[in-house]
Design a protein. Structure first.
Length: 504
């Protein structure tokens, strides 16, 4: 009885929110314990109750359920502790208390993120590096609505992206979607003012994109993506310039070619080789979607899927996998045989030559398994990968000469570009210990010595801000000068200005 009373006693008023949550959860017996108690009561009531023997599978399922529920409870407790920690700065008290079971979910939807001020500083730092490289390379920044028409992405290629869209029909009956990628928006914008553009165009953007896919480390359903694109240049120099921009960014944030490599291949070469094997033009894009899974499922599964889903014969599937396993441009050239267009091979060789001349040849490796899953790629394709093998692809891109004609251009318009996600690069920086320390900072804190001097403090604040300095005005004067200094330290102020009516 004494134990029961203590378990049900209300938490102490002085207990922290986390302690209250834990005490409240402790007062509720777990479902399994309640079931056991009920079984004991029935047995004590005097009857022989037949016990159904549970199978090993059922017992495992029940154990998994209990483990999952416990994990959820632990997760909620951790979130509550995190909120408590965010409420404490420099030993300050918690300013906002939260009930154990809020009437609304306080976490963002699955796969999305909140950006608190400290996280926003990191995002600004990262985006500034994106924009700095774009500007140094002579690119112009652009943007587009996050809401686009679905027709922009519905290409006949069996792409996963069309199955991952956040799409709906709006109140005007238009089928729209949150953009899953930026390149089709770029193509639409280029064609929208086709007569006013002088080629080549060099544009970059840092848009927010949305894809409903399985979340994992470095991959969210909502993410930002640095894009750089060149429209109107048919030569391999365009791809080389984009790759230079990528390596510049990595170098600027402390990443080296020992940390990151860039796999390079050519869809043009693969198209020519597959055509010689009897793969039709209509089949090429869907087959590339399968080939792009090489790193995920391996050669045996690739062969199986090519036969079962694409209708290829086993011999052709075997030859395709052999192509994907080529380790050099020369190896791939040797497999081309007679009648195969080798211009793509020549482009690859030239790309590696120019990369050496540009100073980033050590970043590149040839990998025939890189074909990229999107159907619009037509030439050189590339992916940035973590040499430690801990993370998914960090960036990727390539040439897409036919995309604009798909949307209404009279002739093919040469174009190439890349996308670089924000989530995975942050994970890489964490792994390498390269995340920057970005504390809150402000130049001045202006504080009135008492309420009567608040107007004068506002005048001083206005004068300092007019001079171009950052000022945090203390909105409520502190009773003790020491508390004002504590506040200034907490907000990262370099200087503090006291406004008084007489000398201190």
């Amino acid at each position: 009885p004494g134990t029961r009373n203590s378990a049900c006693a209300p938490p102490s008023p002085s207990a922290s929110p986390l302690q209250k949550a834990q005490m409240s959860e402790a007062a509720i017996p777990p479902p399994q314990a309640a079931d056991d108690a009920a079984a004991v009561s029935v047995a004590a009531a005097g009857g022989a109750v037949p016990v159904e023997e549970k199978s090993e599978k059922l017992l495992k399922r029940e154990a998994d359920k209990r483990a999952k529920k416990q994990a959820e409870l632990d997760k909620k407790a951790a979130k509550l502790a995190a909120r408590q920690e965010r409420g404490q700065q420099a030993g300050g008290a918690i300013t906002v208390g939260v009930v154990q079971h809020p009437p609304v979910e306080l976490e963002p939807p699955s796969g999305t993120r909140d950006f608190y001020p400290d996280e926003m500083r990191l995002q600004r730092w990262l985006f500034d590096h994106f924009r700095n490289v774009g500007a140094l390379c002579g690119f112009e920044e652009y943007d587009a609505p996050v809401l686009e028409r679905q027709e922009l992405y519905k290409r006949k290629a069996g792409e996963e992206i069309t199955e991952q869209m956040y799409c709906f029909t709006d109140k005007e009956g238009t089928e729209v979607t949150l953009r899953p990628e930026m390149t089709p928006s770029l193509a639409r914008m280029v064609l929208g003012k086709a007569q006013s553009h002088t080629l080549p165009l060099k544009w970059f953007s840092v848009p927010q994109c949305w894809r409903f896919e399985t979340t994992q480390r470095g991959r969210k359903r909502e993410h930002y993506q640095w894009n750089m694109d060149i429209v109107g240049c048919a030569g391999i120099t365009a791809e080389v310039e984009l790759l230079k921009g990528i390596t510049m960014f990595f170098t600027n944030i402390g990443i080296t070619s020992k940390d990151i490599g860039i796999k390079v291949n050519s869809r043009k070469v693969m198209a020519s080789v597959l055509a010689a094997m009897g793969v039709t033009e209509e089949k090429f894009a869907p087959v590339c979607v399968v080939m792009d899974k090489m790193d995920k499922i391996g050669p045996d599964e690739i062969k199986k899927e090519l036969v079962e889903t694409q209708g290829l014969d086993p011999v052709t599937a075997e030859k395709i996998v052999a192509c994907l396993l080529c380790k050099s441009v020369d190896d791939l050239a040797a497999m081309c045989g007679e009648g195969v267009d080798t211009s793509g091979v020549d482009e690859l060789k030239r790309l590696f030559e120019l990369a050496e001349a540009y100073g980033f040849g050590d970043w590149l490796i040839f990998d025939a398994s890189v074909v990229r899953g999107l159907a619009y790629y037509t030439g050189v394709v590339f992916e940035c990968f973590d040499r430690a093998g801990e993370l998914r692809a960090i960036a990727g891109g390539g040439r897409y000469d036919r995309l604009l004609s798909l949307y209404g251009a009279v002739t093919e318009v040469p174009a190439c570009g890349f996308g670089f996600g924000d989530c995975v690069i942050i994970e890489l920086l964490k792994d390498k210990g390269l995340l920057p320390v970005l504390p809150k900072q402000v130049e001045f804190v202006v504080a009135a010595i008492n309420e009567g001097m608040q107007g004068a403090a506002m005048q001083a604040t206005s004068a300092i801000r007019d001079g171009g300095a950052q000022v945090d005005l203390l909105l409520e004067p502190k009773k003790k000068v020491a508390n004002t200094f504590d506040y200034a330290n907490r907000v990262g102020a370099r200087y503090i200005v006291f406004v008084v009516g007489h000398p201190l």
